[in-house]
Design a protein around this ligand. Structure first.
Ligand SMILES: Nc1nc2c(c(=O)[nH]1)N[C@H]1C(S)=C(S)[C@@H](COP(=O)(O)O)O[C@H]1N2
Ligand SMILES: [Mo]
Length: 262
């Protein structure tokens, strides 16, 4: 099977471009802001090629590897925000997240407002997976949560919904987009992937604050920075270019690739 070459780019050149952008990504670090305009231009021109290559050659529905209880990291590394100081978050934390409601809105037929009890009652999944951060470290953890696909089915995606955006409570950085709150987005293939869950438990206990309490995303076919912690709202959109700086995520706005598939 030989797919047509897009825009006359040879398949070989195209894969090399994909590999080059992956290498550039691997040398970047999540905790370092890289605003080099040249670096960002190189990354974004290679990214279109990577995305096309991924669409043709990667089975997006394949499961990520799952591990055994003995493999769980005793000291899973917390990263990025680990103790948000945003007032709305602190108010919820004070009550042990009793007043927490996950808002599900945007391009849905039935907007939802779900308590943690509601989320626990939804179709769920437990999985032991490896988290790979772009900084070069990995940790293995056990996650339990509500499957995102059935949750979105309950809300009823409208036909023009193409991406799911996760709005978080934590502010990781100053101005850039005027807010600095963490956010992320994924497409509907990842949203409906069976291992994509909104996790409320880690290693059989309520999700700790350092790891994203009360609710975080696990999207197991993607790198660490896509795993949004401290989720406040899930929004279905046709396009994410109007949000923050338009990149579709906190780190994407700072030069990382939107598609961080592994
Ligand atoms: N809300 C929020 N989500 C986030 C981050 C963050 O700073 N804030 N950091 C990301 C990065 S770069 C990584 S590697 C993982 C870290 O998750 P962990 O703390 O469970 O290791 O969360 C991701 N999701
Ligand atoms: Mo990361």
């Amino acid at each position: 099977m030989s797919p047509p070459d897009p825009k006359g780019v040879s398949r070989r050149g195209w894969l090399q471009a994909g590999l080059a952008s992956g290498a550039a990504l691997a040398t970047a670090a999540c905790d370092r802001i890289n605003n080099s305009p040249t670096g960002n231009r190189v990354l974004s021109s290679a990214e279109g090629l990577t995305r096309r290559a991924q669409r043709l050659f990667v089975d997006r529905k394949a499961l990520a590897r799952e591990f055994q209880p003995a493999d769980i990291s005793p000291d899973f590394k917390p990263n990025g925000s680990t103790d948000p100081q945003d007032p709305d978050y602190l108010a919820l934390k004070k009550t042990g997240f009793a007043g927490y409601r996950l808002v599900v809105d945007g391009l849905v037929e039935r907007p939802l407002s779900l308590s943690l009890a509601d989320l626990r009652a939804l179709p769920g999944r437990t999985q032991i997976t490896r988290h790979d951060c772009v900084e070069g470290w990995s940790s293995i953890g056990k996650w339990t949560g509500a499957r995102l696909g059935p949750l979105l089915d309950r809300a009823g995606l409208k036909p023009d919904a193409r991406y799911i955006v996760f709005h978080c409570f934590d502010t990781l950085d100053g101005p850039m987009d005027g807010k600095g709150r963490y956010y992320e987005s994924i497409d509907l293939i990842d949203a409906h992937h069976p291992q994509t869950i909104l996790a409320y438990a880690m290693n059989d206990r309520a999700l700790p604050v350092a790891y994203g309490a009360p609710l975080r995303l696990r999207v197991e076919r993607q790198l660490g920075y896509k795993q949004a912690k401290y989720i406040q709202r899930v929004e279905a959109v046709a396009d994410y270019s109007h949000l923050h700086a338009g990149g579709g995520g906190f780190w994407e706005d700072r030069g990382y690739e939107w598609y961080a598939g592994i």
